[in-house]
Design a binder for this molecule. Structure first.
Ligand SMILES: C[S@@+](CC[C@H](N)C(=O)[O-])C[C@H]1O[C@@H](n2cnc3c(N)ncnc32)[C@H](O)[C@@H]1O
Length: 381
């Protein structure tokens, strides 16, 4: 842990206030922050002043005409350039970051096509969007990379660092916000809504307060956002496992690939008009279909008059149509359950015969099991 001690001192010298926490290696999640002593609720755990943040290098961006590149591309190029200087001001920080091999294993955008094919259908669309964003960013920094003699692989590494460790900083007095890197707080892992410390922007920096009392040696988390596991997998390369008996309210099991093909084009148009086309989901924490799904199936089953009444009031005009919605959805959900079982068989076989890379296969197995469990609980199989 020598490099972490050196980085801790470096961060403190730049004004980062570090309470009773230190970095530690944690199984299955790389590094994280753990308490070194008991901590009381609302106690300050960390403070990262604005002056310690790494911001996009506006001179460099101007020099290479990159002012119109995306905020992520701008920050990635700035970090890359800072790390490439002979005496890098952030070398001690960089030494604490994950390696490119870590990204290769965790991030689906880095996986082989045959592993990507094993991802649930609900992951394919966000993955495609991320790949499109990346290609757009590569396009906008292409000339800079050629000029600086930097390979695309190197840019991709810093793009991934920024992707998984940056914050949004909105300076006081109405100045434009930007993506920034915040030293030390970026050791913190994610926990679903309600399980993490409170991180908020103050006028002069980012502050982390304890959300509850902690004993020494417990991991502290914060919530990157109320993200489903599909989103966490694509964006950050991990999945949150719910402890037994506890359901993660942020997660959902998307059903678009099952439901949308079952809707006639005039039904889709109707749904599009009211902003209800797509993002259909089974909510595992509530063990129910989301409101959008209820609306979409009713659009296929009811008269326009009855359907509009439901959209406006959230309840049916006369008789409760929930049983009819369930009858409509039942065969689709059974089919998805069978698909999950089939995918899990393929994944298990590859895990057992050791023919595939294990981290990726374990991630795939976790997500498909979550889908299978949620469908089983809903269908009461
Ligand atoms: C801001 S960094 C946190 C520090 C990171 N674990 C490390 O080793 O440097 C975000 C990355 O941490 C990992 N991570 C965060 N929360 C996690 C969790 N709950 N379970 C597993 N991995 C997690 C993911 O790889 C994610 O991209």
């Amino acid at each position: 842990m020598q490099r972490h001690e050196a980085f801790t001192e470096w961060a403190q010298a730049r004004g980062v206030e570090i309470g009773k926490v230190k970095p530690a290696r944690l199984p299955g999640r790389g590094l994280g922050l753990v308490t070194t002593a008991s901590v009381k609720k609302n106690q300050r755990i960390l403070f990262v002043p604005e002056k310690a943040m790494f911001k996009p290098d506006s001179a460099l961006l101007k020099q290479h005409n990159l002012q119109h590149a995306s905020p992520q591309a701008q920050l990635a190029v700035s970090v890359l350039a800072a790390c490439a200087t002979q005496v890098s001001a952030i070398a001690l920080w960089e030494a604490t970051w994950p390696t490119d091999t870590d990204f290769e294993q965790g991030m689906p955008m880095r996986w082989d096509g045959c592993l990507q094919d094993l991802l649930p259908p609900s992951v394919q669309q966000p993955l495609q969007r991320q790949q499109d964003d990346y290609m757009k960013d590569v396009g906008s920094v292409h000339t800079f990379l050629r000029h600086a003699r930097v390979t695309e692989q190197r840019f991709r590494y810093y793009w991934s660092i920024v992707n998984s460790r940056s914050f949004h900083w909105k300076p006081p007095k109405g100045k434009a916000g930007s993506m920034v890197m915040c030293p030390f707080i970026d050791y913190t892992n994610h926990g679903p809504t309600g399980t993490g410390c409170n991180v908020s922007q103050r006028s002069n920096g980012y502050e982390m307060l304890a959300n509850r009392d902690y004993d020494a040696g417990e991991e502290v988390l914060f919530t990157y956002g109320a993200h489903s596991n599909d989103k966490l997998l694509v964006h950050y390369g991990f999945i949150c496992e719910s402890p037994p008996g506890l359901r993660n309210k942020d997660d959902d099991i998307r059903l678009d690939h099952l439901l949308i093909p079952k809707l006639d084009s005039h039904v889709r148009d109707k749904l599009q008009d009211v902003g209800f086309l797509g993002a259909y989901a089974l909510l595992p924490a509530e063990n129910e279909l989301c409101f959008k799904t209820q609306v979409a199936v009713r659009a296929a089953l009811l008269t326009s008059n009855e359907w509009e009444y439901f959209v406006t009031n959230g309840e049916d005009m006369t008789e409760d149509q929930t049983p009819a919605v369930l009858r409509f959805m039942h065969p689709l959900l059974v089919r998805y359950h069978n698909d999950a079982t089939g995918e899990l068989t393929i994944i298990e076989e590859q895990i057992v015969d050791g023919s595939g890379p294990s981290t990726q296969l374990l991630l795939l197995r976790s997500r498909w099991r979550q889908i299978q469990d949620a469908l089983e609980a809903f269908l009461k199989m």
